[in-house]
Design a protein around this ligand. Structure first.
Ligand code: SAH
Length: 452
């Protein structure tokens, strides 16, 4: 694959426009100003930005008033009929963004090794459910399964199954093709939460669900790569009158356009999500992420396993990170909704708080360090030695640079893990491991991989 600027990595760096700037004056964003700063665009929708999604949202706003940013994100990304994720493939060179697993096979292979290493560290349980949230094209799981296959002698007595949580019919079709070569069956039992099933190329059963709650309980290893950033956020602004939620309304001066406004008074979300000790002037909160992490923490506490979450994010210190990408360029989040990705940085400190001490947490640790600890340099050398093809060498080296260079993805992406307390400490000790180097060193990626 050609070396591309990664949506959520490189372009975040050039994010020159803050949300506050967009709210200047009377909450109006001049159209010419917006166009100057964002991608000029060359798609059909650019000449006619009144997309079906925009019409749908305008109807909604006219009926019930301005909507929250969370409702906007949810509708734009996952509305079953017109949502951005639902009916097209947005990943890769010809799409809107590219992700680490799509850049280099090494990424998925090292993640595969992480799961085998954790499975071994937890006493090699007899069943192994790998649960991926938002699997995109299925590339990451495919690379992980290749590692499982290569380590067959270790895993041969283990009952492995794959469980994919995916809302997009289009992407689940692509995942099925990647992972099974097309050998799938729709689930005919209407009472089953599984909507599709298949068998991987190496004979491992694969199941598709719409929600995590539908995945059967049991020792599970969870994976979420660039998934949490797609979940809907609420935005809040500190004002002289106190905190106000940011809403989205129709621009009265340009009736085909949307604009940000502030709620005239406090909303239930403001009361619920703004902490008394908050020092920032602008805050983004993702309650869906909070609920999801609680569910993961409960499952790991009850059944064992582990979760690995990788995304760009921060530790509760960033403010305005809501943005949109189209064709690998920044795009105005309120223009032509449904034709571009929407995203916000993950607040790892919020995720940690929401686990409520049920599990131990590790990270966030930047991608550069995590992959280094996982042995990326050794793996790169092996692949280079195994090939004499110059184009392959170039591809591998470019992929490595993209993943590891601190100015590219190396510093912007972070790894965060949930583990049962007993995995890291004596059973009577509950630990939060952000500052405990010695304990985190026993977990691959957060410390050096011992098993190579
Ligand atoms: N993990 C992949 C794809 C990231 S894009 C990679 O790194 O390449 C986000 C993925 O999450 C897509 O597969 C999208 O369809 C899925 N997704 C987004 N919101 C979702 C939701 N609420 N529930 C389930 N899947 C969702």
């Amino acid at each position: 694959m050609a070396r591309l600027p990664a949506r959520r990595a490189l372009l975040a760096a050039v994010l020159g426009v803050s949300w506050q700037q967009r709210l200047l004056g009377h909450h109006v964003v001049p159209a010419a100003w917006r166009r100057r700063r964002f991608s000029a665009g060359s798609r059909a929708e650019d000449s006619c930005p009144v997309t079906p999604m925009l019409k749908h949202l305008m109807f909604k706003i006219k009926s019930t008033g301005p909507i929250t940013v969370a409702e906007y994100m949810r509708e734009v990304l996952t509305n079953p009929v017109k949502g951005y994720y639902m009916h097209h493939d947005m990943l890769g060179e010809r799409g809107d963004f590219v992700t680490s697993p799509e850049i280099s096979q090494i990424f998925g292979e090292l993640i595969g090794i992480w799961y085998v290493s954790e499975w071994m560290a937890t006493g090699k349980p007899k069943t192994f459910q790998l649960v991926e949230l938002g699997p995109g094209r299925g590339t990451l799981t495919d690379d992980i399964l290749r590692v499982f296959n290569q380590l067959g002698s270790l895993l041969n007595k283990c009952d492995i199954s794959i469980h994919l949580v995916e809302v997009s019919p289009k992407l689940s079709e692509i995942q099925a093709l990647t992972l099974t070569g097309g050998k799938i069956q729709p689930e005919l039992d209407v009472t089953s939460p599984v909507y599709m099933k298949g068998i991987s190329k190496a004979g491992i059963p694969i199941f598709w669900y719409r929600e995590l709650q539908d995945v059967p309980q049991g020792t599970s290893f969870y994976l979420a790569h660039e998934f949490f950033d797609a979940l809907p956020i609420h935005k809040f602004q500190r004002t002289e009158k106190g905190w106000r939620e940011v809403l989205i309304d129709i621009d009265p001066e340009a009736p085909d356009q949307l604009r940000f406004v502030l709620a005239p008074s406090t909303t239930p979300a403001t009361e619920l999500f703004i902490q008394r000790k908050e020092v920032r002037d602008h805050v983004e909160v993702c309650p869906d992420a909070g609920i999801l992490i609680q569910r993961l923490a409960c499952r790991i506490q009850e059944d064992g396993g582990a979760a690995l979450i990788a995304d760009y994010g921060h530790n509760g210190n960033k403010t305005d990170t809501f943005r949109s990408f189209r064709s690998h360029e920044l795009h105005d989040a309120l223009t032509a909704p449904g034709t571009a990705d929407l995203t916000a940085d993950v607040d790892f400190s919020y995720l940690r708080t929401m686990t409520q001490g049920r599990v131990a947490t590790l990270g966030p640790l930047n991608q550069h360090e995590f992959l280094k600890n996982m042995g990326i340099d050794v793996r790169l050398q092996v692949l280079l030695q195994n090939s004499s093809d110059k184009a392959m060498h170039k591809h591998l080296l470019q992929g490595y640079d993209m993943l590891m260079n601190p100015k590219k993805m190396g510093d912007r992406f972070h790894f965060f893990a949930l583990l049962p307390h007993q995995r890291l400490a004596h059973s009577d000790q509950k630990v939060n491991l952000r500052h405990s180097r010695s304990l985190s060193a026993t977990v691959a990626g957060f410390g050096e991989l011992v098993w190579k």
